[in-house]
Design a protein around this ligand. Structure first.
Ligand code: CA
Length: 225
């Protein structure tokens, strides 16, 4: 399955480190920001699947981070970490656009369960992706071309999923490498071209030709209906 990316915005290094380590063991890709401003800028410029935001942060409060993030992105789930637990505070947090909250101190397993609920919610409407005869069943990890099975490696699968999720928009090499490979954009991106070739060969062999279009100097796009 595709690697899910989580951003933790938390100023207490102990908690941030503990969460990062625990989530990485659960096979999430995790970044940490230790203040509100840095966190907001990372959240806005990188593709995360979920944000974990502490309520009390230096620079910009968690509530303010969430409010500003929501102006740009309405779909990415946000979970608040909060020591504040009066009802008013919880309502205020949820009204700022958070999807859920968890009170400190918390058990890691409880946070993990809440993360899984949010991530399930964010993908539930789209466990099937498809275009021009190609169908991806994300839950079953299966791809078919005009009804014929196409066997893809995990990276090829993740690459096709990313292009299909962004159907109609050009995916730049830096976005692809960040999202599919979880490497930052200064990395060598020629690996993408290699995998695009593998993917094209398999799709062509199954009768789905010319699905992935090259946008010279920029990246790749899947158009079509
Ligand atoms: Ca804090």
């Amino acid at each position: 399955m595709r690697l899910m990316r989580i951003l933790i915005i938390e100023d207490e290094p102990g908690i941030a480190g503990f969460l990062k380590e625990g989530l990485e063991e659960e096979c999430f890709a995790v970044d940490v920001a230790n203040n509100g401003r840095e966190g907001l800028s990372m959240a806005l410029t990188s593709d995360y699947d979920l944000l974990i935001v502490d309520w009390l942060l230096p620079g910009l409060s968690g509530v303010e981070v969430c409010r500003q993030f929501r102006k740009e992105s309405s779909e990415i789930p946000v979970i608040f970490l909060t020591a504040k637990d009066t009802l008013d505070d919880v309502i205020f947090g949820l009204e700022s656009g958070a999807n859920d909250y968890i009170k400190k101190p918390f058990a890691f397993e409880e946070l993990l369960a809440r993360i899984r609920v949010q991530l399930r919610g964010s993908t539930s409407g789209s466990s099937l992706l498809g275009v021009d005869g190609v169908e991806m069943n994300l839950a079953a990890h299966r791809v078919t071309c005009n009804g014929k099975d196409v066997s893809l490696t995990p990276k090829e699968f993740a690459l096709l999923e990313y292009l299909l999720r962004n159907r109609g928009s050009v995916c730049t090499r830096s976005r692809i490498i960040e999202h599919v490979w979880d490497i930052h954009f200064d990395a060598d991106t020629s690996v993408i071209d290699v995998y695009i070739n593998f993917l094209r060969k398999k799709l062509d062999a199954a009768g789905c030709n010319d699905l992935i279009e090259t946008v010279r100097g920029v990246g790749y796009v899947i158009r079509g209906e």
